[in-house]
Design a protein around this ligand. Structure first.
Ligand code: AMP
Ligand code: MG
Length: 491
C-alpha cells in the first residue's frame, strides 16, 4: 500500500490554526510515548462523522496515535495556556496533562479539536504527573456520550486506550488516555490568561479567532466584542438550563471548565441527580456546596462576569464605559436562563403555549418532589407514560391536587393529548447515566477488564428518549446504601 493510500484510509485532515495564534497562548510539545497501549473503546460513529477510517484507527498504527506514541499526519502537538478561578481563587493553569494534536476538518467541512487527555507532562503540569487513570477517562467517555445523546452540547469522546503504565493516586491504577473531540478548547480561563499575561493585541487576536471559529455570523466592526459577550451569555444560559432539566451536576464549574463554544467540558466529579434535592453536591472537594445543583445558574453568571472582565479593554477605551456595557450584557443572563428553563420545563409537562401561572405549576411540582424525596427522572418519566408510581408522593393529596391543576392546564391548550405526550417523550429522558450504573461499569472495566457492562450501558444511554424495554432495568434508582454517592478528585 502506498503512503498516500494509507493516509487516505486513516482520514486525518488536520489544520493547526491554534498554533498560528500568538506564541504566548500555547507551547509546542513533544510526544511522551507509553510502553504498551491497548484500545479499550472506540467511538465508531463519531470516527465516521470525523471522516476517520475505523479499521485503521483500530489497527496498531491507529492505537499508537491515541496513545500519543505517534503523531497523525499533519499534527502539531501543543499544550494550551490558560488560567482560571478554581473555587473562586485565581490560578495559572494550562494543559497539564493534555495535548492538542490539531483540528480535524470533517468531510462536511466542520472543524474539531482532537485532544489527548492523560498524554504526559507539559510545561503547565506544575506538580502533576501528566497522566490519567482509566476509571475517570471511562467516566468522561460515558457521561459525555450520554450528554450528547440527551441533546446537550458537549465535548465528545473518540477513544480510550490504556497505556501499560500504572498511575499513582491514593492507590496504583491503570493509566489511560482519552481522545477528546471539541468544537474548541477555548475556555473562559483562556481569556483570563490572555487578559493577565498577554498584550492587548494578543487578546484581540484571541477574541477575533474565537469569533471566527464559534460565532462566524458576528459582523466585523467596533461592536463585535460586545456581540461576542452577548452570544456567549446566550449559549451558556441555554446550556445550563439543559443541565438543570436533566438533573446534571457538573461539580467543578471553575472558569477554566467553561467553554466559550457553549459545550459542556471537563467531566470530573460530575453526576446526575437521582432524588430531587436542589442542594445536591457530588464532589467530595466541594465542601461548601459552591457548585451544588441549584447554584449552577448563578455560578455560570459569575463565570461570565469573569469573561466579561477580560473583554473590558476591547469593549470601550474608557474603563467605566466598558464596565457599563459589560454589566448590561451580563444582566441579560438571568432572564435568558429563565426563558430557556421555562420553555424546557413546559415541554417536560407537555405544554406548548405559555400561561402566566406555568412557573407556579412547575415550582409546585418540584416542591412536592422535594418534600417526598421523589426521583427526578422517574417522576417525569411516569408523568409522560401516565403510569403513576406506587410511591408516597404519587399517593399524596398534594400530588393529586397538583395533577388536577396540570390536567386542567393541558385541556386549555389546543394541541391534542397525543401531541402533548409526544412532546413529553421528547423532553423527558427515560434513562440517564445513574451513578451506581456508571460506577458498576467502570469497576468491571478497571478491576476485571470486563468491558461488556460499559458497552451495554452505552448502548442503552444512546437512545434516552426512546422508552424501550431494554431501558427498564436501568431506570431503577440506587439502593439507599448507594445514595450518599461522592466523587473523589483523584482524576
Ligand atoms: P481539572 O480538574 O481536570 O479541570 O484540571 C485542573 C488543572 O490541573 C488543569 O490545568 C489540568 O491540566 C491540571 N491537571 C489535572 N490533573 C493533572 C495531572 N495528573 N498532571 C498534571 N496536570 C494536571
Ligand atoms: Mg479543567
Amino acid at each position: 500500500m502506498t503512503k498516500k493510500t494509507a493516509k487516505k484510509e486513516a482520514g486525518w485532515n488536520l489544520d493547526n490554526s491554534y498554533a498560528r495564534l500568538p506564541k504566548s497562548l500555547f507551547t509546542l510539545v513533544h510526544l511522551n510515548p507509553v510502553p504498551s497501549p491497548k484500545l479499550i473503546i472506540l467511538n465508531e460513529v463519531l470516527a465516521l462523522d470525523l471522516g476517520l477510517g475505523v479499521e485503521i484507527l483500530k489497527s496498531k498504527s491507529g492505537i499508537e496515535i491515541f496513545a500519543g506514541n505517534k503523531s497523525p499526519e499533519g499534527a502539531k502537538p501543543l499544550a494550551q495556556a490558560y488560567a482560571g478561578h478554581q473555587f473562586g481563587h485565581f490560578t495559572m493553569l494550562g494543559d497539564g496533562r493534555a495535548m492538542l494534536l490539531g483540528e480535524q476538518i470533517t468531510p462536511r467541512g466542520h472543524k474539531y479539536d482532537i485532544q489527548l487527555k492523560g498524554s504526559g507532562r507539559t510545561p503547565y503540569s506544575r506538580g502533576g504527573d501528566g497522566r490519567a487513570a482509566l476509571g475517570p477517562m471511562l467516566r468522561e467517555y460515558i457521561i459525555s456520550e450520554a450528554m450528547n445523546a440527551l441533546g446537550i452540547p458537549t465535548t465528545r469522546s473518540l477513544a480510550v486506550v490504556t497505556t501499560g503504565e500504572l498511575v499513582y493516586r491514593d492507590e496504583k491504577l491503570p493509566g489511560a488516555i482519552l481522545t477528546r473531540v471539541a468544537s474548541s478548547h477555548i475556555r473562559v480561563g483562556t481569556f483570563q490568561y490572555a487578559a493577565w499575561w498577554c498584550s492587548l493585541e494578543e487578546l484581540r487576536h484571541l477574541a477575533d479567532y474565537t469569533i471566527q471559529r464559534h460565532y462566524p455570523d458576528i459582523e466585523l466592526g467596533d461592536n463585535r466584542y460586545l456581540t461576542l459577550l452577548q452570544e456567549v451569555v446566550k449559549r451558556q444560559a441555554s446550556l445550563i438550563a439543559k443541565w438543570m432539566m436533566v438533573g446534571f451536576i457538573h461539580g467543578v464549574m471553575n472558569t477554566d471548565n467553561m467553554a466559550i463554544s457553549g459545550e459542556t467540558i471537563d467531566y470530573g466529579p460530575c453526576a446526575f441527580m437521582d432524588t430531587y434535592a436542589p442542594e445536591t453536591v457530588f464532589s467530595s472537594i466541594d465542601t461548601r456546596g459552591r457548585y451544588a445543583y441549584i447554584n449552577q445558574p448563578p455560578i455560570a453568571m459569575w463565570n461570565l462576569a469573569r469573561f466579561a472582565e477580560t473583554l473590558l479593554p476591547l469593549l470601550h477605551d474608557n474603563k467605566e464605559e466598558a464596565i457599563k456595557i459589560a454589566e448590561k450584557a451580563l444582566s441579560e443572563f438571568p432572564e435568558l436562563y429563565r426563558c430557556n428553563w421555562l420553555t424546557g420545563m413546559r415541554g417536560k409537562l407537555g405544554l406548548f403555549n405559555a400561561e402566566e401561572e406555568d412557573e407556579t405549576l412547575i415550582e409546585d411540582l418540584l416542591k412536592i418532589m422535594y418534600k417526598y424525596q421523589a426521583d427526578y427522572t422517574n417522576t417525569f418519566r411516569s408523568l409522560t407514560l401516565d403510569e403513576p408510581l406506587d410511591s408516597e408522593m404519587f399517593n399524596s393529596p398534594e400530588f393529586t391536587q397538583w395533577q388536577e391543576k396540570w390536567k386542567a392546564r393541558l385541556i386549555r391548550q389546543q394541541e391534542t393529548s397525543e401531541a402533548s405526550k409526544e412532546l413529553m417523550k421528547r423532553s423527558n429522558p427515560s434513562v440517564i447515566p445513574r451513578n451506581h450504573r456508571v460506577e458498576e461499569a467502570i469497576e468491571a472495566a478497571v478491576k476485571c477488564e470486563d468491558y461488556s457492562v460499559m458497552n451495554r450501558l452505552l448502548m442503552v444511554l444512546s437512545q434516552p428518549y426512546d422508552y424501550t424495554a431494554e431501558q427498564i432495568e436501568y431506570i431503577r434508582p440506587p439502593e439507599p446504601s448507594d445514595c450518599k454517592y461522592k466523587t473523589y478528585c483523584g482524576t
